[in-house]
Ligand binder design. Structure first.
Ligand code: MN
Length: 246
């Protein structure tokens, strides 16, 4: 018996590939927690790997034009990050094989965050999705393929708002570099072609206001400029008031 779709399947999210007419079909979005030193007196690389969380592929949008101010927050925050695009999946990948076999390309992305909802989630022991997994929460530049751009060893990861710089670090300062991050994820879930890995943000995360012009990028990979839209008029929601988490 043949099957038919109940309704037309939504088009897959896809990102432009720099210098090509190809597009990169986005699978899942993994985001790494703290992965840079945020102050000089922090110790170096901690013993434990950083935490990770996810955003839906539908949160990924090209980093250009309007950046909608999301509903339900009064603390909409930027996190500039280098993004790894996975071209070949696998589980239990050895770090030594990540660059040669699994990393397809790199981009600059924003891990946008409703910080007030994240603080509520931390206090309530609730899930992070309301804070992290909202619409348009993962703008990305075009992906620079490894075939043309290689693997970034250094280069500034930076963000400015209205021309004033707020975040700057260097790819070489990642506490856990890309091979270790991808290997870690692959021990927890089987990675698949199309997955994106946001590698963590430098110090300087802060709030965005309607009308702000946000510029940022990863030197050698790409840069973007977006303008924050008007705040919605609906009142903020408070997802953890009921206290009935599963
Ligand atoms: Mn982040």
């Amino acid at each position: 018996m043949s099957v038919s779709l109940a309704f037309p399947a939504p088009a897959p999210t896809a990102l432009a590939v720099a210098g090509s007419t190809m597009v990169f079909p986005v699978g899942r979005v993994f985001c790494i927690g703290r992965n840079y030193r945020w102050s000089a007196d922090e110790p170096g690389r901690p013993r434990e790997m950083p935490s990770w969380f996810m955003k839906p592929a539908s949160a990924v949008v090209p980093a250009q034009g309007l950046l909608p101010y999301p509903p339900g927050t009064v603390d909409f925050c930027h996190e500039i990050e280098m993004v790894v695009a996975i071209g070949r999946g696998g589980r239990d990948i050895a770090p030594s094989r990540v660059e040669a076999h699994h990393a397809w390309g790199y981009a600059a992305g924003l891990d946008l965050t409703r910080r007030d909802l994240q603080q509520q989630a931390k206090r309530a022991g609730g899930p992070w999705e309301p804070a992290k997994a909202f619409d348009h929460s993962a703008p990305c530049t075009a992906i620079v393929p490894v075939a043309t751009g290689g693997h970034p060893r250094q280069g500034a990861v930076w963000l400015a708002v209205n021309g004033i710089e707020r975040q700057r670090a260097d790819v070489s300062e990642l506490l856990w570099p890309v091979p270790e991050l991808v290997a870690m994820l692959s021990r927890s879930v089987a990675l698949a072609p199309g997955d994106l890995v946001f590698t963590g943000t430098p110090v300087g995360v802060d709030s965005l206001q309607p009308g702000d012009v946000v510029t940022g990028g990863v030197d050698g990979i790409g840069r973007f400029s977006m303008t924050v839209g008007a705040a919605p008029t609906a009142p903020p929601f408070e997802p953890f008031l009921s206290g009935d988490s599963p």
